[in-house]
Write a protein that binds this ligand. Structure first.
Ligand code: NAD
Length: 267
């Protein structure tokens, strides 16, 4: 008996085997979920199809989340194939490289609109289409980062997008709760992925988080997958509107310098 037996999960954002969405997919699949995957475009197709085969998933559909038409088509296909869905996983983000790094004040209007559209509004657009298919109630989740709460170097426009995503989580939770649909977000610590490679100074963030986090280690896609399983399953049936940190405790820190680094400052 798996925690996801009889449940259908539609997952956006698998780009390759390092994707957080893939860690989540594997975990939900292991617990018996029927999986539908959606990916961004032709370049991703080559990587995503072989992964889908590994879990015998034959619902693998392209969808650019900036297109209402493509979203309509994707959810129509999901309805036709599965009849209903129980879990929606949003692991999608994008920003122009020039709007990450540099000075925050230099973010362009176009770059701001695009990052917010792809990385935050898309959750609203997906939830609107998923809700009518969640006939037995459901669980919607997305991936966020601590830069939404506190200033992190160079994260800039994506920090604003994540702040929007977290607020959207609460408003959707309130809107869809009466239908038995729960909406939560996972705030993951830094993990080496394609999207993360676009953040300037990411390697330093990895090293620093590993050194400073209370658990003194990084987190993995599989560990995020475990929390996603909790959120997708009945175990979290009374949990909605939450942002759950899976970051080895990094978010509880005030002064984040390590003892070694502080040593030189104190007489
Ligand atoms: P990833 O590159 O594997 O995933 C990002 C996905 O977004 C890709 O599959 C990409 O194709 C998709 N995407 C981008 N533009 C799209 C569009 N217009 N339409 C459809 N899909 C589009 O990287 P990841 O790190 O696994 O990212 C997944 C989520 O996790 C993102 O929301 C990211 O911000 C978040 N996150 C990542 C980290 C980290 O350190 N890697 C930490 C916290 C949160």
């Amino acid at each position: 008996m798996g925690l996801m037996d009889g449940k259908v999960a539609l997952i956006f954002g698998v780009a390759n085997k390092n994707s957080i969405a893939w860690g989540i997919t594997r975990r939900l699949h292991e617990e018996g979920a029927t999986i539908g995957l959606s990916y961004a475009g032709e370049i991703m197709e080559k990587r995503v199809f072989p992964l889908a085969q590994e879990i015998n998933c034959d619902f693998v559909e392209p969808c650019d989340v900036t297109s209402d038409e493509q979203l309509d088509a994707l959810f129509a296909k999901a309805k036709e194939r599965f009849g209903k869905i129980d879990t929606l996983v949003h692991c999608v983000a994008f920003a122009n490289r020039e709007d990450l790094g540099g000075r925050f004040v230099d973010i362009s209007r176009e770059g701001f609109k695009m990052a917010l559209d792809i990385s935050a509004y898309s959750l609203v657009a997906m939830a609107k289409r998923a809700a009518p298919l969640m006939t037995d109630g459901g669980s919607i989740m997305s991936l966020t980062y601590y830069a939404a709460e506190k200033v992190m170097p160079k994260y800039h426009v994506m920090a604003v997008a994540k702040a929007a995503l977290e607020t959207i989580t609460r408003y959707l939770a309130n809107d869809l709760g009466p239908q038995g649909i729960r909406v939560n977000a996972i705030s993951a610590g830094p993990i080496k992925t394609l999207a993360a490679a676009g953040v300037p100074g990411f390697r330093l963030m990895l090293k620093y988080s590993e050194k400073a986090a209370p658990l003194r280690r990084l987190v993995s896609q599989e560990e995020v997958g475990d929390t996603a399983l909790y959120l997708a399953s009945n175990l979290s049936r009374s949990v909605t509107g939450e942002v759950i940190h899976v970051d080895a405790g990094f978010n509880i820190l005030g002064l984040t310098a390590t003892e070694d680094e502080l040593g030189g400052l104190v007489e």
